[in-house]
Design a protein around this ligand. Structure first.
Ligand code: NAP
Length: 283
C-alpha cells in the first residue's frame, strides 16, 4: 500500500506559520492582512467554500470581508463592487467565488480585479507571468498541489506527468508549474483519444476532470504519484475524480477529502499574506 499525502496536516502547518507571522505584525503595531471574498447567488457548494475561506482567514488572524450579492446583480454593479475593493487600502486580496451566474461575463469580472490583489492568480497578467516563469500569484489549487508534493520530497524533475483537465483554475496552471519544475508534461482533455495509454506511461498523474470516480484502480500502477483534485458532494460524503481503491495502488496519492482541498485554502491565505507584503500600504 502506498502513502497518502495528508493535505490536512500540511495545511495546518502552513496556517500555523501564518498565524505566527500575523502575531508578529500585531505585536509590531501593524495592520493585519485582509481578504475580501465576493459571492453572487446562493449556490450551496460556493457558500460552503466562502464560509470556510472566511473562517480560516479569521483563524490565522486576518480580517475578512464577505460581500454576498443576490443572483440578479448586474455585471455593472458587480464590477463596481470589485473596483471599490481595488481602491480600498485596507483590502489586500480579492477573490470572486466562481462560478458566477450565467448573465455575468466571467472574464470581464476577472479582468476587473487589480492584478496586485488577484490572490486567485486568474487575471491575464498573472497568468502570463506564471507561464513566463516570473514571480506572480499562483492559482491556489495548483500552488497547494506543488507544496504538498514538495512536503513529501516527491521529485518532479524529468518525470512524465499527465494532467487530465485543462481548466483556467487547475489544469492549465498545474501543467505550467510542473513544466517549470522540469517534468515532461502531457495535458489530456475531453477530446483526448487514448487516455488509457497516457495513464499507463505516466509517473505523476493529476486528475482535474470534474467527473466523479472516473479514474479507477485498474488504471493505476504501483510506481505512480496520483493527485485527485475532484470534489463531488452527495449522499453525505465527498468523493473525488478517482475511486478510493486507486489511492492504495499508487506509490503516493492525495485523498479526497483532506488532500488537495485544504491545501487550496492554505495557499489562498499564503497568497493574501504575499499581497499584503507586496503592497506599500501596510505600514
Ligand atoms: P472544469 O473547468 O469542468 O474542467 C474539467 C476538465 O476536464 C476540462 O478541461 C475537460 O476537458 C476535462 N475532461 C472532462 N471529461 C474528460 C474526459 N472524459 N477525459 C479527459 N478529460 C476530460 O473543472 P475544474 O474547475 O478544473 O475542476 C475539476 C474538478 O476539481 C472538479 O471536480 C472541481 O470541483 C474540483 N476542484 C477542486 C478544487 C480543490 O480545492 N480541491 C479546486 C478547484 C476545482 P475539455 O476542456 O475538453 O472540456
Amino acid at each position: 500500500m502506498g502513502t497518502l499525502l495528508d493535505g490536512f496536516m500540511v495545511s495546518k502547518a502552513i496556517r500555523s506559520e501564518l498565524k505566527d507571522r500575523v502575531a508578529k505584525l500585531i505585536s509590531n503595531g501593524k495592520r493585519v492582512p485582509c481578504l475580501a471574498v465576493i459571492i453572487v447567488g446562493e449556490d450551496p457548494a460556493s457558500q460552503t467554500y466562502v464560509n470556510s475561506k472566511a473562517k480560516q482567514s479569521k483563524d490565522v488572524g486576518y480580517t475578512s470581508q464577505t460581500i454576498a450579492l443576490p443572483t440578479q446583480t448586474t455585471q455593472e454593479d458587480l464590477i463596481s463592487a470589485v473596483e471599490k475593493l481595488n481602491h480600498d487600502n485596507n483590502v489586500d486580496g480579492i477573490l470572486v467565488q466562481l462560478p458566477l451566474p450565467q448573465h455575468i461575463d466571467e472574464d470581464a469580472l476577472i479582468n476587473a480585479i487589480a492584478p496586485e490583489k488577484d490572490v486567485d492568480g486568474l487575471h491575464p497578467l498573472n497568468v502570463g507571468y506564471l507561464n513566463l516563469g516570473e514571480p506572480t500569484f499562483i492559482p491556489c489549487t495548483p500552488k497547494g498541489i506543488i507544496r504538498l508534493l514538495d512536503w513529501y520530497n516527491i521529485n518532479l524533475e524529468g518525470k512524465r506527468a499527465l494532467v487530465i483537465g485543462r481548466s483556467r483554475l487547475v489544469g492549465k496552471p498545474i501543467a505550467a508549474l510542473l513544466m517549470a519544475r522540469n517534468a515532461t508534461v502531457t495535458v489530456a482533455h475531453s477530446k483526448t483519444t487514448d487516455l488509457n495509454a497516457l495513464l499507463a506511461e505516466a509517473e505523476i498523474i493529476v486528475v482535474a476532470m470534474g467527473r466523479p470516480e472516473f479514474i479507477k484502480a485498474e488504471h493505476i500502477k504501483a510506481n505512480q504519484v496520483l493527485v485527485d483534485v475532484g470534489i463531488h458532494r452527495g449522499d453525505g460524503k465527498i468523493i473525488g475524480d478517482v475511486e478510493h481503491a486507486a489511492y492504495e495502488k499508487a506509490a503516493f496519492a492525495t485523498p479526497v477529502p483532506k488532500g488537495v482541498g485544504p491545501m487550496t485554502i492554505a495557499s489562498l491565505l499564503e497568497n493574501t499574506m504575499e499581497a499584503y507584503l507586496r503592497g506599500d500600504h501596510h505600514e
